[in-house]
Design a protein around this ligand. Structure first.
Ligand SMILES: [Ca+2]
Length: 291
């Protein structure tokens, strides 16, 4: 297997990009669980460039996705050999660090957010909603390449460093301090996530309870594109979560989290899937990160 070239997302350089924010912070929801004690907090909670602290929400513009700042920390990525439903591409396990707090989309990108990008001529593709409606429904029928148009539009719109999550960031965010097969423990139920054809379509973003980082629908609803190429193992994978694994010319990009059309095993935190970057599916969308 060729050694993948790793694109450094340059999270460290965010230290130098601390500038005053013009947007108003969104108050932290009452009763929201604090970040797990085992997560390492940054010396500067919220990190440079964010208008709020870890665990709090903000938007950079009225039509921008709502973001939550998740804490820096370390985690064990992948799954143990004895995890039920495991695939070999979920190993070898390794420790990975998120060295700085990161702003992550609180929800999957919605049709309303996507359509704002189309209206502003930042996105050229108008996705088919399959008759499920638009508005708060998670956007589907968008390829990895389409998603790149959206994050580029957000960058232009806000002057902020939006991008897809790396695969490691995604798993760290999905686990939210847990090491069990599912974020909910050793099992997940249809009351906790949208999967298994129980609803047989995507549900509006945020229809299920958030994880301990304040993120909704990391498990199920729609698959989420991440930045990385889909590699067969983690043998050459980075230990810095901000590094996406990108092999020049790779055709397949990774998807995480499972969807409304999958069985529970696909909602395991370590589950990896991937399809061609040009593929548009009715069970696949994405969320964004911002440094
Ligand atoms: Ca999802």
């Amino acid at each position: 297997m060729p050694t993948p070239n790793r694109l450094r997302s340059g999270i460290g350089t965010a230290l130098m990009m601390a500038v005053a924010m013009l947007c108003a912070p969104i108050p932290k929801a009452s009763g929201q669980a604090p970040a797990p004690a085992q997560q390492q907090r940054s010396a500067a909670p919220g990190g440079p460039g964010f208008p709020v602290q870890v665990g709090q929400f903000f938007r950079d513009c009225p039509e921008c996705p709502e973001m939550v700042v998740i804490p820096a920390g370390r985690f064990h990525m992948g799954s143990p050999a004895n995890e039920k439903g495991r695939y070999s591409n979920e190993g070898p396990q390794r420790d990975v660090a998120l060295r700085m707090p990161l702003a992550v989309g609180r929800f999957e990108i919605t049709f309303a957010e996507w359509d704002a990008c189309v209206a502003a001529r930042g996105c050229s593709h108008r996705p088919n909603d399959r008759g499920w409606g638009r508005g708060r429904q998670p956007v589907v029928d968008v390829s990895w390449e389409d998603a790149q148009q959206y994050v580029e539009w957000l960058r232009q719109r806000t002057g902020r460093r939006y991008r897809l999550l790396t695969e490691a960031e995604w798993e760290y965010a999905a686990r939210a301090g847990t090491m069990t097969a599912f974020v909910t423990g050793n099992a997940i139920t249809e009351a906790q996530a949208n999967y298994g054809h129980a609803v047989n379509r995507p549900r509006p973003a945020g229809s299920y309870a958030p994880n301990r980082f304040g993120l909704h629908d990391m498990q199920g609803n729609v698959w989420e594109w991440v930045q990385d190429c889909l590699e067969r193992t983690y043998a050459n994978a980075p230990i810095d979560a901000s590094e996406a694994v990108v092999t020049p010319g790779c055709a397949w990009r990774a998807l995480r989290g499972g969807s409304w059309s999958n069985t529970a095993a696909f909602l395991r935190s370590a589950m990896r899937y991937g399809v061609a970057a040009t593929t548009r599916r009715d069970d696949t969308g994405f969320r964004v990160a911002r440094m």
